[in-house]
Ligand binder design. Structure first.
Ligand SMILES: [Mg+2]
Length: 168
């Protein structure tokens, strides 16, 4: 049961830039000040090798609203660290989500505790679970683009089942 609960995000929104400002303010009232961002299909197209304007929009939106951002990606360091550098963000690469070690590394990097951090991502079985299991607030966003790599695609029907059962 505990593991099923870890699959349920605190909030779901279509896009990062569509998280209402009033909700972001509520997070700040709770003491949340750091946003951990998944990269692929959360703030950019899946497997992108260079950041797009959309990813910058997402980061600007969160920063403008008072959050410090950190990339927390399962991508290999060779891709993810280059992207983070171009975005001017700290990053944890090879984060092993849904394991919590990457999220914990990100907390150390950002000098923050679990209840000061929100994990934002497009996948239940990686981003949402890692965030919840690490004790962070979690926001799921819908995948940015339909196109994605096969090993993500095969997980989507299982996500649908979880979303049907838990109604989100
Ligand atoms: Mg993703």
């Amino acid at each position: 049961m505990k593991i099923f609960k870890a699959m349920i995000p605190n909030e779901v929104w279509p896009k990062v830039v569509e998280i209402p400002i009033v909700n972001l303010n509520q997070l700040k009232d709770k003491g949340i000040r750091v946003a951990f961002l998944d990269y692929d299909n959360t703030i950019d197209i899946d497997r992108s090798t260079a950041p797009s304007d959309y990813s910058l929009d997402c980061i600007n939106y969160l920063e403008m609203n008072g959050f410090k951002c950190c990339l927390v990606s399962n991508a290999k360091s060779s891709r993810s660290s280059v992207i983070a550098k171009e975005l001017g963000l700290p990053s944890v690469n090879c984060a092993h989500k849904p394991r919590t070690d990457g999220v914990k590394r990100a907390m150390e990097l950002m000098n923050a505790t679990n209840n000061e951090c929100v994990m934002i991502g497009d996948q239940i079985f990686t981003d949402v679970m890692a965030g919840n299991l690490a004790g962070c607030y979690t926001i799921m966003v819908e995948k940015y683009q339909p196109k994605e790599i096969w090993y993500v695609k095969i997980k989507r029907p299982f996500e649908k089942i979880v979303r049907l059962i838990a109604r989100f």
